[in-house]
Design a binder for this molecule. Sequence first.
Ligand code: HEC
Length: 325
Amino acid sequence: MLARSGLRTARAFGSARTSATRNATRNASTQSEGAASWKNTATLSASTALAIGSCTFYYFQFGRSVHAMTPAEEGLHATAYPWEHEKFFKTFDHAALRRGFQVYREVCASCHSLQRIPWRALVGTMMTVDEAKALAEENEYDTEPNDEGEIEKRPGKLSDYIPSPYKNDEAGRAANNGALPPDLSLITKARHGGCNYIFSLLTGYPEEPPAGAVVQSGLNFNPYFPGTGIAMARVLYDGLVEYEDGTPATTSQMAKDVVEFLNWSAEPEMDERKRMGWKVMAIGSVLFAMSVWVKRYKWSTIKTRHLQYNPPVAPGKMNPRQSRR
Ligand code: HEC
């Protein structure tokens, strides 16, 4: 936009200059040289002043950026990390998803729900049917009302959704000093910066808040959180979980795994979507090439047609072209 308007201005200046030169040439032939150059200088100076003036006016009117929030209020901008699943040719790292789910289950699940994910979604993406069934059965769910209208408890099934840690939002707030731990199913989509933000948030707790930072009681300092005071304390520490595949459970490893898992929960269709995308590209490019060929084929008679105009022969005169034949 800026570049384009700059180009336009340059072009306008260019044409001003040519017309000025043209004026000068025309003037030089009719008037005395001194008067002409005075007029040109005045015109050019006036238009330059006008241009600068209007740029300044527009800058002060619309150009200044207004900071409704300070950077501290917006939170520190998260670093961009080279996530494996964001690459063009890559699927989710399913071993990381399995580890990430373990971190969610062992660490985050005590405060955060994952309401949109049923146990069956884990099958084939990060565990076997039997493993998922066993996990589901560890939880109790309400049955349908029986003949007497009583609701009983039954062990979970694959079709059940992962249970929430609290009965309702109020209970969640009450247990966390008034702050509601948000549902994590779509959290990577729900926050600016997505995976990068959540990774930075989880690993970004300093040992001590920096000098001069004001942290309200009950809150923790985290520079990535808008406002810098977050109700969630640091939750990940080296060696907190024990990965069954032997991966060292450092803070950053766990954060990376759980973020990849949360990204899966927000877009579980990604692998399928990418595969579909490649099919579309492959078939689409063949169809495109064919349509180009068909177009050239259909147009070839028109494109190679030769139109010739033979003017009528005036009586008594020989048409030179016809005479050549
Ligand atoms: C002890 C309870 C607790 C645990 C455990 C916990 N959280 Fe939180 N979390 C909270 C609370 C409370 C908030 C709300 C913070 C606020 O609004 O100030 C929160 C907020 C968040 C947010 C949203 C931040 C935002 O931008 O609004 C994310 C993301 C998050 N937690 C991720 C996690 C992950 C991932 C884990 C597991 C590794 C985890 N949490 C473990 C209590 C917890």
